[in-house]
Design a protein. Structure first.
Length: 321
């Protein structure tokens, strides 16, 4: 990778200019370019400030020792909850290499990774030629597969962790099509996106929401809706709501084991995701006009596709009907 430390702004109209950013002033911006014509990684350091402190659910009883392992990863804008809870899964180079193997990620998802990926990809129109944002990187082949499914799209991908962006960059470099080759990867926090309002025709969130504390999840959804255009689509792949029929919900030991690995999953599965998206859209002046829900693995997982309209237009249609 070639790195430039000149004070230069990327020629991307969706990125908020430094003077308009609701954060500390920008002193410098690093633009990293791949050695071959391919995706670019843009680093926006001021937008990587840690998220507002603390939510009760992110704290532990006693302050950790200064030499706690997670502290080594709590830098470069990495939120505390991510470093503390998930350093071993997403921030350590060894774990990024390990978990990105197809067999491993499919095993973690009880053999359903490819089903989930196919379900999400089935909601994409190959003729789509708009701007699409994937909020945070994911393990496996989803990102390059999405790029190949949408060959005419203007693909953007962001993540707060450089190690994750570099992993996705390697996969996009060998993916087919202009969408993969022209993808733009930016390092920023999902809770404080640097993109301008109404920048994207589609936002994709693949297995992120359950990994965020409640307040961080709300902020990330607010940001996702802010950058989504009024007639856009929001595609989410996630765990399903907690029920009483699936064996992995009913067996307490299995449920507790999974929630020990995923500390924010318990509260997420008790929430009504559709209503949360409706409320979030409403605050952004939009309305959900259509919801496509596809259960996977008996509803233990789900893919949900939300279609949006400006709230005024949706209300007008409702009045006419």
């Amino acid at each position: 990778m070639q790195t430039s430390t000149q004070q230069v702004h990327p020629e991307d109209p969706t990125l908020v200019p430094a003077s308009d950013a609701p954060v500390a002033s920008v002193e410098s911006l690093q633009l990293r370019e791949a050695q071959q014509p391919s995706a670019t990684v843009i680093e926006l350091e001021p937008l990587l400030a840690p998220a507002p402190k603390a939510h009760a659910e992110t704290q532990t009883g006693d302050a950790p020792a200064d030499n706690a392992t997670w502290r080594k990863f709590h830098n470069h804008g990495i939120p505390e909850y991510l470093a503390r809870r998930y350093w071993w899964a997403y921030l350590w180079k060894v774990s990024v290499w390990f978990f990105d193997h197809a067999f491993i990620i499919n095993t973690i998802l009880f053999g359903n990774y490819y089903k989930l990926m196919r379900a999400a990809l089935s909601r994409l129109d190959p003729k789509f030629d708009g701007r699409v944002l994937q909020i945070t990187c994911v393990y496996g082949a989803f990102t390059p597969s999405m790029a190949e499914t949408l060959p005419n799209a203007d693909l953007h991908l962001m993540d707060v962790a450089d190690v994750q962006l570099q992993s996705s960059l390697r996969k996009l470099r060998v993916a087919k099509g202009a969408s993969a080759a022209g993808a733009t990867l930016s390092r920023m926090n999902a809770e404080t996106l640097a993109y301008a309002d109404n920048s994207f025709d589609m936002v994709v969130i693949f297995f992120l929401l359950h990994e965020l504390p409640h307040d961080a999840r709300a902020r990330a959804l607010d940001e996702a809706m802010r950058v989504l255009r009024p007639n856009g689509k929001l595609l989410i792949a996630e765990y399903g709501e907690l029920g009483n029929t699936h064996v992995l919900h009913r067996v307490k030991f299995l449920r507790n084991t999974l929630e020990a690995m995923e500390p924010f999953l318990g509260r997420f599965r008790k929430e009504n995701l559709v209503e949360k998206i409706r409320d979030t859209a409403s605050r952004s002046g939009m309305a959900v006009t259509d919801v496509f829900h596809l259960p996977v693995f008996g509803g233990f997982y789900r893919v949900v596709d939300f279609s949006m309209k400006p709230a005024v237009e949706a209300q007008s249609r409702a009045g006419k009907s």
